[in-house]
Structures are given as structure tokens and as C-alpha cells.
Design a protein around this ligand. Sequence first.
Ligand SMILES: [Zn+2]
Length: 276
Amino acid sequence: MDYESGVIEVAENVYAWINENCATNAGFIVGEEGVIVIDTLMTPSLAGSLMTVVRDVTEKPIRYVINTHFHGDHIYGNQYFLPAPIIGHENCKFDLDTKWDDNFNRYWSREALRPELSRIVKTTPDVTFNDKMSIWLGNREIQLSFHGRAHSNSDILLYLPEEKVLFVGDLAVNKTIPAFPDGHITDWVSVLDQVDKIDTKTIVPGHGPVGTRADFNEAKDLLNLLNTQIKSSFDNGATEDEAAQKVDVGLYSSFANQDRIPQIVEMAYKAYRGEL
Ligand SMILES: [Zn+2]
């Protein structure tokens, strides 16, 4: 699916760096005294490209780095933005400290990535929070908040209340079936009900194009649809294979990454059995 990619200024001095093919996105906000970088991408090359993109816009120093959650495609570039403090949810640091190898091995299994991955030095958040915190960049308030386990146990939102811009990380991806290696489907549905109450105009997802309320609603509907269909199969005693066969994403059959359905079923069954 084609969509607008590259550096997109979504509000004054607020930029999304949108990548093609639903690869991982990043963002940055330029203030008077410096720059906040939102996610650092997966490889040294991508982190370097992100830094180039920032430097094309401003020479100001990097003041803070935000990790939207603990997945490697969002945080393995952290080391390239030091010495800026890296801010994440306390579970982001905990999960990186306790599950680094598991998480790393998922990416390591893709052989073509190994020359890049071998250069990564474990670099985790050094400023953490639980419910919420604000960063003031000059007169601009940047609100960070956590709403519970969902796509992972460390998904945070970055919200600009004046401009009504919301960076959602992987909580609500756009034009793609979501990734579920750490997802808890029923908790995720409740978290999106909370996110829905935030007054937003522009939504920058962790994957896919910049979106509007309508795109957020699609992501929310898709997750609800998956939960309803898979729970019904679970309640009827269907096997995971049968449940995956029965999933019909309907309107969303043109979305990328349709092959993620079996993993979603596997993780949903674990959630329904209370194993997560
Ligand atoms: Zn993720």
C-alpha cells in the first residue's frame, strides 16, 4: 500500500518520520533549547538516517529521547543519541533488563540484519515513570502517559494538548494488522477505549502512515473485531488453527501483514486462559 512517507511536519516544529511498507516510524519535536526524539529505530543505519533527518531540520542538541515501548525496532538505536536522557515507562526498562536476549533473538533470527545487530550495545531508559509525566520544551507541554498492558507492557503515549497530536507507538498502528508477540488482546481493547477519550486530531503511529481520528477508529475496530471473532472460537472449543482459519478481517483485508493472524490467535488464547 502506497502512502506519504519521509519527514512530515504534523504541527509547527513537530515532525513524524514515516517509513514505507509499514516499517517502524519515529518522530521528533524541536524546541527553543533542543530536540526530543521519539523512538530510535532498529539498526545503526536507521538510527544514523534518523539523526541525518533531524540534522536537516535543526542543529540544536538532542535534549531527550523517548522510547514508546521496549521492542527492538523502536529502541535499538538508543546508543546513538547519548548522552541525552532516555525516557520510558518503568516496565520498558524492566522488560529490557529481564528479556533483552529473548527480544534480541527475534531480530537476530533474520540473518540479513546480523551485521547491523552485532553493533548494538544494550542502552535502556535512564529516566522512568509509572502513570504520567510532562516535559516542557520552552512553552510547549509534552505529556507522556501509560494506560496499562496492551501491545506490550510498556506502551506509552506522547501527547501535545495544544496541537492535539498524539504519538501512539504501536498501540494503534495504521493500515496494518498489529504485531502481537507481547500483546494482551483484552487489555489492549480496554486501553484503546481509554485512548479514544483523548482529544486528538493527528495520530502518529509506530507503523504505517500518519493518521486521523478515522484511522485510529479503524485500528480500534479491527482489534475489537479480532477479539470478538477469536473469543467466539475459543468459547466454542475451536483449536487455534481452526480459530485462525475462521478469522475474517473483512474491510481490513487490504491491510499489510495478514500473516500475523495465527500469532494473534495464539496470544489471544493465552490471554483468555489467563496465562499472560
Ligand atoms: Zn512493538
